[in-house]
Design a protein around this ligand. Structure first.
Ligand code: SF4
Length: 381
């Protein structure tokens, strides 16, 4: 928890909210049982009072006003001017000044409510916070939050409408899988039917809906069921965004222990690509945008609107599968090292030579590449 006076920020946000102001409404996750998720495992859940959140917003507004009184546009600011301005700030409020400054720098377009499920505080409390946020920063273009399907269903249509009328624009839901077997195994606390009902309800009320899908979550055993059932759930929801965020395990996640005990066999990149072919191939009759905005994705450019971009998406996956095993190894490694973004980078001789050089010097082979990739991916969890 980062708190000196006032402004408090939680540990995570969706990648798409990197430039958003983060407003912490609750601390940690009330559910906290998903076995693949390490984020809040040793942390206790609590709700911040509405007055406390409002006082964060007011404190940030105070510092933002002083920044805006000195500079009209971020590019006008020199390092010396910023230093001079920050020296006038009460040291106890410097973190708030820094957040205000960062948001100003990014254009002050959007706000993300933290942590894992802000809707859990109830529609009345959330609407109060949202109204205060909009009154204080009337220029905001988008306010978004994570929520869980079970919370959405508990709040119901009337409560959701109250929240939507108070201008929450987008809800990010961790669907993860449409397979009840997988959802039960990872203790998601939702069934396929609940995900579908909650997703449709959120869309009916007028929210933009992001559904997070976790390729690999069924492991080797349930990969086909995971892909087919997830596609079926998404076909019934038609979310605005389908965001891919593949499974990566750290020792802090209970599923890691399951995998150590041999109760869960993790898919490698190639099995995940096969799973994605099945998942995307089965998406029918929807107009969602597929997004690969998480660094864990093997292809940063696996993005497009359905149905028109479906063939393009499948062709990226097919072209990876048609490469020989040495080229697949180079691409996997190059991507995880930040050298490559998409398959097009395989034509970049300079980047390819760098990847080849690492493979040779580190002794990476088709036998040990899965372990190497697992280690590299741990940095991003
Ligand atoms: S995945 Fe989301 S709901 Fe599940 S434990 Fe993690 S933060 Fe909580």
């Amino acid at each position: 928890m980062n708190k000196l006076r006032g402004f408090e920020v939680g540990p995570i946000r969706p990648p798409s909210e990197a430039k958003s102001l983060l407003v912490r409404v609750t601390r940690n996750c009330q559910w906290n049982r998903c076995t693949f998720c390490p984020v809040y495992k040793d942390k206790e859940f609590s709700v911040r009072s509405v007055d406390e959140v409002i006082s964060d917003i007011d404190l940030l507004c105070k510092h933002l006003s002083s920044i805006r009184a000195s500079f009209k546009f971020p590019h006008e600011m020199s390092a010396d001017q910023i230093r001079a301005l920050s020296q006038k700030v009460d040291p106890m409020e410097l973190p708030t000044f820094d957040y205000a400054f960062k948001w100003f720098y990014y254009g002050m377009h959007s706000v993300f409510l933290q942590d894992a499920d802000s809707l859990v505080i109830g529609s009345e409390n959330l609407a109060r916070i949202l109204r205060h946020l909009r009154d204080t920063f009337p220029w905001i273009e988008r306010v978004t939050s994570y929520s869980r399907s079970s919370t959405i269903l508990k709040i119901g249509k009337e409560g959701l409408r109250e929240i939507r009328n108070a201008s929450l624009d987008r809800i990010h839901v961790g669907l993860e899988s449409g397979s009840d077997t997988v959802l039960r195994f990872v203790k998601k606390g939702a069934t396929k039917e609940m995900h579908i009902r909650a997703g449709r309800m959120a869309k009916d009320v007028g929210f933009e809906l992001s559904e997070y899908v976790m390729p690999g979550l069924g492991g080797k055993k349930l990969t086909v069921e995971h892909a087919e059932e997830t596609a079926d759930a998404l076909n019934q929801i038609n979310p605005d965004f389908i965001r891919l965020r593949p499974l990566a395990l750290t020792s802090r996640a209970p599923l890691f222990l399951e995998s150590e005990k041999g109760h869960f066999q993790k898919c490698n990149d190639i099995e995940i690509v096969q799973e994605l072919l099945l998942l995307i191939g089965n998406l029918e009759g929807i107009s969602s945008m597929i997004v690969s905005d998480h660094i864990l994705n093997l292809f940063a450019d696996l993005e497009g609107r359905l149905p028109q971009d479906k063939e393009k998406l499948l062709s990226i996956l097919h072209s990876f599968m048609s490469m020989d095993s040495e080229s697949q190894l180079l691409f996997r490694l190059g991507r995880r090292l930040g050298l490559f973004e998409g398959m097009g980078d395989m034509n970049n001789t300079k980047k390819l030579d760098r990847a080849r050089n690492i493979v040779t010097t580190k002794g990476i082979t088709t036998q040990n590449i899965d372990t190497v990739i697992d280690k590299l991916m741990e940095r991003f969890i």
